[in-house]
Structure formats: structure tokens, C-alpha cells
Write a protein that binds this ligand. Structure first.
Ligand code: FAD
Length: 440
């Protein structure tokens, strides 16, 4: 039986055609484009296959925290306002009558500002950046499934349908990266199923014209309640208003769907009703809505595993990298793409199959080291959010103690300073590391 050595050697052989590459990345969202960029920068031959053609819409809140900004800077992208980005200073939390503003912290590892940008624009920018680094971006390449070596169970490439006329084509590579988002048909075809013990979320959004379009704070409203519920219990999530700087705001809500109540709610209707309740200065009238309400699932807490096996790596939403604490997904998609790329570069430089496989194991380890603590904390938050009574108590406690809220804010957004002398930073870092491991 031939070992992985032979398969790798065949695909890496010189003189191969354009359907062969060192690495195939399926999906050019933030995860896939980031991975493809970092791979291509090292000189590897990367195929980046995207089913749609840019610019294309992606349902999102369009909000970027300093974690995501750091990743953009690492891609060499100009994030200045002159280059079309709207900068924000932090997060405004609205709960009942209270409004609290938390500025993004000053840290060595991350910039102290966030951004907003429409995803149609944002994703195209990242994909073109990957292409300019040398990745071979193929748009309208709809990946249909994996090519699998039946003897070893290892992925050796993918089949796809190309262009308007859906021409069938096969692409070959010794390593394939699934970056095809939440539905990740590729992972499913390779038997990577979702862990049901991890939180899932749902989120819906629309856009309104509003005088508050250039707000310098991302705004999160915690008082999200099901209007049909006679007890008006809090729902396990929040609503947001993110000014886009172009006369509109992205307005949406994100909720954990673990709570039984959450499964019965009509989210589109709830978002419309919630918007109607906002003060008149927001100007959220039915005539001001500029796009239909759309939404999708948020795969959280590394809920699809293993993140590496049989030549396939899972990154971004495909690997469930959305934060269970906040629903933030772009920064973690990009970070996981970068971890995967760094691992692959090391693996492909090894001279033996055993060495390569050993190197590839570093990817799930890197995810665990980076996120186990924070995501476990998020799961704890999710647990509290899923129990309305506990949530009411926690909310009342927090709102009465702004210092507690500041700690909660820094923990939730995962922005801490590892080597700081600041007592809060040290505490946050220790808390983030205290969580149990999540095997991958
Ligand atoms: C309503 C809503 C609001 C959100 N708001 C925010 C927010 O404000 N900030 C934030 O950080 N996160 C937010 N998120 C989460 C964020 O959108 C995701 O976590 C992020 O897009 C994940 O990036 P990704 O690259 O893993 O996947 P995706 O962005 O989903 O990209 C996957 C790519 O793969 C392509 N693809 C899929 N199938 C195939 C195939 N068969 N062949 C080829 N290509 C394929 C798709 O076309 C797509 O381009 C929100 C999510 C929702 C639903």
C-alpha cells in the first residue's frame, strides 16, 4: 500500500499542469484569502477557488474589532480613512436607560481602533490581495466535492464546476484547506461533522438610512426581548447598530440558538419590531430600510473537528471559529487562516511524510493554545445567556458596577496584554488561560 510519501511526491512533481498546486484553498472569504495570501508569500503555488464572482454580498454586521485590524495590517492592507475605512473608537453598550462607552484598549499587540466596511468590498479587497501575493484566484469555481485516495482516505484534490456553463474540472494538491464558510460542504463530504456540545448562534441584519451613520462607536443593545413573551424575558443575545459612514447603518441582532425559546422566534420579524422601538433620532422608519433582512448561522467555539486530518485543514467558519462570547467571526477566521498557512509552510518543507504529518498536527494545537481559554469563557457566557434568570441577575450586578463591566468588556472582546504590569491585564490573561482543553 503506498504511503502518503508517494501521494505527496506525485503532486509536488515538476511539470504538472495548471490544475495542480501545492495547496488548494476552497472559499475566498476572510479565512481563505488570508490563508492564501500567507501561503503565496512564501512562494508556494496556491489555488484559491471561489464559487461566486467578486464583488459579492455576504450577510454580516460589517464590524471589525482591533483583532481584525491587526490581521489586515499583516496582509499589508492600507487601513487609513483615506483608503475608504470608517474608524471606530470602541463599543457603546446600551442597557435600559444606561449607555456606557468602552474605548478599545491601548495594547502592544493590537491597534486601538476598529473599522467598518461592507463585505462586498472587504472580501474582494482581501481576495485581490491574496492574488497580488501570487495565489491563483479562480472565481466562479464551485467546488462540488473532494477527490479522495480510497486506499488511504486522504484528500488529494477537489472537483469543481467552472464558470457560467459549469464545466467540470478536477484540481489536485497534497493539502486542501476548507474555507467554505458555515455550510462547509467540503468538510461534510470528508465526514467532519458539527459538535453538538458547542454553542451555535444565529444572526440577522439589514441596512437603514440614518443620521447616525457616522457614529464613532459600534453600538450594542443588550435589552433584546421576545415581544410575544408575556414575561418579556431577555433573549440570549444583543442587537447592534454599526454606522457605515455612507448615510446608512448596519442594524442586526445575534442570538444563541441553544436556548429553547430562541428556536421559536421569527428573527426577521423581531429585528423589524426592535428597530421600530428605537428613539426617533435613529430614523429607523420602514421607508428607510435599504436592504432585505437576511441572516445565517454562526458556528462557534471550534465546533467542527478535527481541524486537521487526512490532508484537510478547516479554517474560519468551516472550523467553527466564531467567538461564543460576542459572535465576532472575521478576526478569528483570518487568524485561523494564518495559523493554517504557517503550519502548511512548515509541513511542506519537511522531507518525510512522517515529518509532514507531525508538522500538520501543530495546526489544531495552535488553535487550542490560542482559543481554548477564551472560547471556554465564551461558553460560560453562553450558558449564562441561555438562562434568562441567571442573565437578569448577572446584568443587574454588572450594570451596578461599571468596573465589573469594564472587566467583562475586555474579556468578551478578547483584547488583553499578555506581559502587562497592569493588574487587570494580568487577571484577564490568567482567566483566559484557565479553561479546559477542547480536543481537536
Ligand atoms: C448577520 C451576521 C452578522 C455578522 N456580523 C459580524 C461582524 O460584524 N463582525 C464579525 O467579525 N463577524 C460577523 N459575523 C460572522 C462573520 O460573517 C463570519 O464569521 C465570517 O464571514 C467567516 O469568514 P469565512 O471566510 O470563514 O467564511 P465566509 O465569509 O462565509 O466565506 C466563505 C467563502 O467560501 C465560498 N464558498 C462556499 N462554498 C463554496 C464552494 N462549494 N466552492 C467554492 N467556494 C465556496 C463562499 O462563496 C464564500 O466566499 C456575522 C455573521 C452574520 C451571519
Amino acid at each position: 500500500m503506498p504511503g502518503p510519501e508517494q501521494q505527496l511526491s506525485t503532486d509536488l512533481a515538476p511539470g504538472r499542469g495548471p490544475e495542480h498546486a501545492d495547496v488548494i484553498v476552497v472559499g475566498a472569504g476572510p479565512a481563505g484569502s488570508t490563508a492564501a495570501y500567507h501561503l503565496a508569500r512564501t512562494g508556494l503555488d496556491v489555488l484559491l477557488l471561489e464559487k461566486s464572482a467578486f464583488p459579492r454580498e455576504k450577510v454580516c454586521g460589517d464590524g471589525l474589532t482591533p483583532r481584525a485590524v491587526k490581521q489586515l495590517v499583516d496582509l499589508g492592507i492600507d487601513v487609513s480613512e483615506e483608503a475608504g475605512w470608517l474608524h471606530n473608537r470602541g463599543l457603546r453598550v446600551v442597557a435600559g436607560e444606561r449607555r456606557l462607552e468602552f474605548d478599545w484598549p491601548q495594547l502592544s499587540a493590537f491597534p486601538s481602533f476598529g473599522l467598518v466596511r461592507r463585505r462586498a468590498d472587504f472580501d474582494e479587497l482581501l481576495a485581490r490581495r491574496a492574488a497580488s501575493a501570487g495565489a491563483r484566484l479562480v472565481e466562479r469555481a464551485n467546488v462540488a466535492g473532494p477527490l479522495v485516495d480510497e486506499r488511504t482516505g486522504r484528500i488529494t484534490g477537489v472537483t469543481a464546476r467552472l464558470g457560467e456553463d459549469r464545466q467540470p474540472v478536477s484540481y489536485h494538491a497534497p493539502l486542501v484547506v476548507a474555507a467554505d464558510g458555515n455550510s462547509t460542504r467540503l468538510s461534510l463530504a470528508m465526514q467532519r461533522y458539527r459538535r453538538t456540545d458547542r454553542a451555535m448562534g444565529v444572526a440577522y441584519r439589514t441596512y437603514f438610512t440614518t443620521p447616525r451613520h457616522d457614529d464613532r462607536y459600534l453600538e450594542a443593545w443588550l435589552d433584546l426581548r421576545d415581544p410575544r413573551d408575556p414575561a418579556r424575558r431577555l433573549l440570549p443575545g444583543y442587537a447592534w447598530v454599526f454606522g457605515m459612514g455612507d448615510g446608512t447603518a448596519n442594524v442586526g441582532l445575534g442570538v444563541l440558538d441553544t436556548a429553547a425559546v430562541a428556536r421559536e422566534v421569527d428573527w426577521r420579524d423581531l429585528l423589524r419590531r426592535w428597530c421600530a422601538l428605537l428613539p426617533p433620532e435613529y430614523g429607523f422608519t420602514p421607508e428607510g430600510i435599504t436592504e432585505p433582512v437576511r441572516g445565517s448561522a454562526l458556528p462557534m467555539g471550534l465546533n467542527r473537528q478535527p481541524h486537521y486530518a487526512d490532508g484537510l485543514l478547516l479554517i474560519g467558519d468551516a472550523g467553527g471559529t466564531v467567538s461564543p462570547a460576542t459572535g465576532e467571526g472575521i478576526a478569528y477566521a483570518m487568524e485561523s487562516g494564518r495559523y493554517a498557512a504557517e503550519t502548511i509552510v512548515q509541513a511542506l518543507a519537511r522531507r518525510t511524510d512522517r515529518g509532514r504529518e507531525l508538522a500538520l498536527r501543530a495546526y489544531p494545537q495552535a488553535l487550542r493554545a490560542a482559543y481554548d481559554g477564551y472560547f471556554a469563557l465564551g461558553r460560560l457566557v453562553a450558558d449564562v445567556l441561555g438562562r434568562p434568570r441567571l442573565l437578569g441577575t448577572a446584568g443587574a450586578l454588572g450594570l451596578g458596577h461599571p468596573a465589573l463591566l469594564k472587566v467583562a468588556f475586555r474579556l468578551m472582546v478578547n483584547l488583553t496584554e499578555p506581559n502587562s504590569r497592569d493588574a487587570l491585564d494580568r487577571l484577564l490573561h490568567v482567566l483566559g488561560k484557565m479553561a479546559p482543553s477542547s480536543r481537536s
